[in-house]
Write a protein that binds this ligand. Structure first.
Ligand code: SAH
Ligand code: SF4
Ligand code: F3S
Length: 477
């Protein structure tokens, strides 16, 4: 099999963390003797699936220390905020929450407050935490998350008020970490970390480092393990999955990886995100068209419809190239659902540029779109661009974008009226417990009348009503 050039964590390092976990576990036993209960933790995760995945690893480490999951943040002995830096709003939320924790720390001086994740990879954030939140105990970043037990032990055995350890260098590909995964029908599987694209607005390459792919055999083993635990649907994750394997000596393409995963028994559906329009290959489109488990659903962030703005964003495609790509996908995968990320208010965006974005929406007819207002990120190229857009103009464009996207989503859904769709049944409907819910291969949410025994399987549902964000129906099986 191919070997990734990315450095794997050494066996010694794993043993070292195991040693730290054992020491912490012993301390927790002492805590039990004194207090009649084990210590407890609470993790609040912000941001994307990359952070969710990291939080599962942290939870796995706590499990090995016998530290219990607390029912609420207020009851926990250790609180971790796993933070996101992608937009200012996400950061402000973390600062607000940290501020609120001051009271808890006064009440319980032994409370351990840790902050980690993407925000911590930025020097100015760490400075801010030192200045404004001295009640924070531990600060670490995305590249040294696997060292959490060592840092916690160091903090507990030392006398520093705040222990800070953030690494600049790219992280290793780390296999074999404990993970507390809630086995569900669906699971996310990371296939690569980091990003090389440096879109000029985006902080991710600075917080997550360069692209590192996991070895195919590690991914395959993880998916087999998930299948053994009852998982039916996997979503493969990477900032740009089409670059998968570029860092291998002998490249294994993403499409090839999909072909290998398609053979795993028990897995019924495979999804993936995100694809960068500049890198999506003919081979991948064919894989979506031909592999039976790979769902007809592609997330293809356009960001802007204006060729001029796309150039300034460093996206490496034009409006016409994007539309051409979409048309090719629609021809090869006729029943495909297309989703996207779109941003308004990038520096210098004119009304004409914005109209180009609306035009792309009109031409592509997205099934759904994640929409954002541009937010300046410190240290990115766009930060120093001219003509930052007025907040009121951004908001106005955002509202117009939102109403257009919603109108199209409703229209797209209406096409499913009276159709029979295949639904992976996840459980009871959230709003109406007498109905079941699940998703179609196109990732459409369906609430329907059916029998409880259908939960966990694929059933055919006839659509009887369509809405902007969901479908209603009745099971046929
Ligand atoms: N790797 C993925 C997603 C990265 S972040 C991709 O390339 O598509 C998810 C989305 O957040 C991006 O697609 C973008 O639309 C949005 N985003 C990133 N940086 C932003 C910023 N500075 N302001 C507003 N939205 C941003
Ligand atoms: Fe950010 Fe662009 Fe990388 Fe996506 S591809 S994570 S938007 S730099
Ligand atoms: Fe994800 Fe936010 Fe980091 S979107 S990669 S958690 S900056």
């Amino acid at each position: 099999m191919q070997r990734s050039k990315a450095k794997q964590i050494s066996q010694d390092e794993i043993l070292m963390q195991q040693y730290n976990i054992n020491s912490l576990s012993q301390m927790n036993e002492d805590f039990f003797k004194e207090n009649g209960r084990y210590q407890s933790y609470f993790i609040q995760t912000f941001g994307c699936q990359m952070n969710e995945h990291d939080s599962e690893n942290l939870a796995g480490m706590f499990d090995m220390m016998n530290i219990d999951l607390a029912d609420s943040m207020e009851e926990a002995d250790i609180i971790i905020f796993n933070t996101c830096a992608v937009r200012e709003n996400a950061e402000l939320k973390v600062y607000g929450n940290l501020h609120a924790l001051k009271k808890l720390k006064v009440k319980n001086p032994d409370l351990i407050i840790a902050v980690c994740g993407c925000m911590m990879q930025q020097d100015h954030v760490v400075d801010e935490i030192k200045k404004r939140f001295p009640h924070v105990s531990l600060v670490f970043g995305t590249h040294n998350l696997y060292k959490f037990p060592e840092l916690l032990l160091k903090y507990l055995s030392g006398d520093s008020k705040t222990l800070i350890d953030v690494w600049d260098i790219d992280g290793n590909v780390i296999e074999g970490l404990p993970s507390a995964r809630r086995y569900d029908l669906k699971a996310f599987v990371n296939i690569m970390y980091g990003c090389n694209n440096f879109c000029t607005y985006c902080i991710v390459p600075y917080t997550r480092g360069r692209e590192r792919s996991r070895n195919p055999e590690d991914v395959i083993n993880e998916v087999k393990d998930l299948a053994r635990n009852g998982v039916k649907e996997i979503t493969l994750l990477g900032q740009n999955v089409n670059s998968y394997g570029n860092d291998f000596d002998n490249k294994v393409s993403f499409a090839k990886l999909l072909t290998m995963l398609n053979d795993i028994q028990g897995i019924e559906r495979i999804r993936f995100m995100t694809s960068h329009p500049k890198d999506i290959s003919e081979e991948l489109i064919d894989a979506v068209a031909n592999l039976d488990k790979v769902c007809e659903s592609i997330h293809l962030p356009v960001q802007s419809g204006s060729t001029a703005v796309l150039k300034k964003m460093n996206r490496h495609y034009t409006k016409d190239q994007y539309i051409e790509l979409i048309n090719k996908i629609k021809t090869k995968v006729p029943n495909v659902a297309l989703t996207t990320d779109i941003m308004v208010g990038f520096p210098g965006e004119t009304e004409e540029d914005f109209l180009d974005t609306l035009d792309v929406l009109e031409k592509v007819q997205y099934d759904s779109a994640f929409m954002f207002i541009y937010s300046v990120r410190k240290g990115t190229v766009a930060e120093n661009m001219d003509n930052h857009i007025d907040e009121s103009v951004k908001k106005d464009r955002f509202n117009r974008l939102l109403s257009k996207a919603n109108e199209i989503a409703e229209l797209k859904n209406s096409k499913y009226m009276d159709e029979i769709v295949e639904v992976l049944v996840e459980g009871f409907s959230k709003k109406d417990k007498t109905r079941l819910m699940g998703r179609t291969r196109q990732n459409k949410l369906v609430n329907f009348i059916g029998d409880e025994s259908m939960i966990g399987s694929l059933v055919n549902v006839k659509v009887t009503e369509t809405k902007s964000f969901s479908l209603n129906g009745i099971a046929l099986d």
